[in-house]
Write a protein that binds this ligand. Structure first.
Ligand SMILES: NC(=O)c1ccc[n+]([C@@H]2O[C@H](COP(=O)([O-])OP(=O)(O)OC[C@H]3O[C@@H](n4cnc5c(N)ncnc54)[C@H](O)[C@@H]3O)[C@@H](O)[C@H]2O)c1
Length: 355
């Protein structure tokens, strides 16, 4: 590869270092700048990495060395930023959720398509070896008919986490355990077994009095292929344990805990199964007990893929259009909770869920 691809990280908060480490450890990526309206935060990270620090996106977009913008802003600010990046001809890697509504998501996808830029999303759990093995086994029919796809996210965040930045306790900014934390695991179920046909949800606040958000979700998904799914997600359950993903079919069962494959059993045993049973680093934390308590390896794979996609002239492996159905499930769950009834998909936006 001749020229390295220049990256600017927009937002110098909690997740920014995970992007930065992914970029500096990639093959062919060059970290050019951070950008944040908070001078102190941007200065600190820019100094630490020896790169430029911008306090306005418009200025960073004028920098010809920046080819890609990693959007790591609070959730409700992704939309405007992505539209500006596309208009400036920059590739975009946005954090999850891509946006707050389906209408915004569609407009972002269209803007990036018209600008001819890549548009990926860091739902990075998809790149875990265990998830890729499950996906391949589904695609090759090893599970038989899919029956169940469940996610159990029993995490803990103290009240101070919700108070650490204003947006973290504001529903209209896209906070709340369903859209903020469970998004990754709802995405895994959607990626593996989706799309969904019907969702139902009940949301409560069990352990964060004074924070006007749900900290706990009990959700149900009926997939278009007939499989059923349960999602339990909480940040109320001290001390927080690793997420468990369970996929059951008529001919096989796989269970991933954290990033480790703990059950991998099929009626048609294959030679590679023994190796797959050992997938996942036992020592790798995956966010159960703290907001920054996870590794950057998965972000790095997504960043490397974007670099390779530009080089090879292909699409990224996690385009935002593949994450739209996840957002639809999540929005459907908020609609279901607010109406007290199941919701059929495809969905119409109902912005009142964010009020
Ligand atoms: N993929 C993951 O595993 C993962 C983990 C954590 C967070 N996230 C996502 O990353 C995003 C950021 O989360 P975070 O925890 O880093 O939040 P954060 O609050 O720690 O950081 C966001 C930063 O954006 C800055 N900002 C706000 N408005 C701005 C503007 N107009 N221009 C420039 N900067 C602005 C804030 O000053 C802040 O420093 C969210 O979308 C979140 O969902 C993803």
């Amino acid at each position: 590869m001749a020229k390295k691809l220049g990256f600017g990280v927009l937002g110098a908060g909690l997740v920014a270092p995970f992007h930065a480490k992914g970029i500096v450890n990639s093959d062919g990526g060059d970290l050019i700048a951070f950008c944040d309206i908070d001078q102190e935060r941007v200065g600190k990270l820019a100094d630490e990495y020896g790169v430029k620090g911008y306090t306005s996106l418009e200025e960073m977009l004028e920098d010809p060395a920046v080819d890609v913008v990693n959007v790591a802003l609070p959730n409700h600010l992704h939309y405007n930023a992505v539209i500006k990046c596309a208009a400036a001809g920059k590739h975009v890697l946005t954090e999850k959720p891509p946006a707050m509504t389906l209408r915004e998501t569609d407009a972002m996808i269209a803007a990036c398509r018209e600008a001819g830029v890549k548009f990926g999303c860091t739902v990075q759990c998809r790149v875990r070896k265990s998830i890729q093995a499950i996906k391949q086994a589904i695609d090759t029919g090893r599970f038989g008919k899919l029956l169940h796809a469940d996610a159990y996210m029993k995490w803990f965040r103290p009240t101070e986490y919700y108070q650490s930045d204003a947006w973290r306790s504001l529903r209209k900014a896209g906070a709340g355990v369903t859209v903020q934390h469970a998004f990754h695991y709802i995405d895994l179920l959607q990626h593996l077994v989706g799309p969904a046909a019907r969702v139902e949800a009940k949301m409560t606040n069990l352990a964060h009095p004074g924070v006007a958000l749900e900290d706990t979700l009990i959700g149900y998904i009926e997939f278009a292929n007939g499989a059923h799914g349960i999602i339990e997600a909480s940040t109320a359950l001290w001390p927080g344990t690793d997420v468990r993903i369970e996929i059951n079919g008529t001919k096989g069962t796989a269970i991933m805990v954290g990033e480790r494959m703990t059950t991998w059993q099929f009626q048609d045993e294959c030679p590679e199964d023994e190796e797959i049973r050992a997938y996942g680093d036992v020592s790798q934390t995956t966010g159960a007990g703290g907001a920054a308590d996870f590794g950057f390896a998965d972000h790095m794979v997504v960043i490397q893929d974007l670099i390779d996609a530009v080089d090879e002239g292909r699409d990224v492996v996690i385009p935002v259009k593949s994450v739209r159905p996840t957002l639809e499930i999540v929005l459907g769950m908020y609609q279901s909770d607010s109406r007290g009834a199941p919701v059929e998909l495809p969905l119409e936006d109902d912005p009142s869920i964010w009020e």
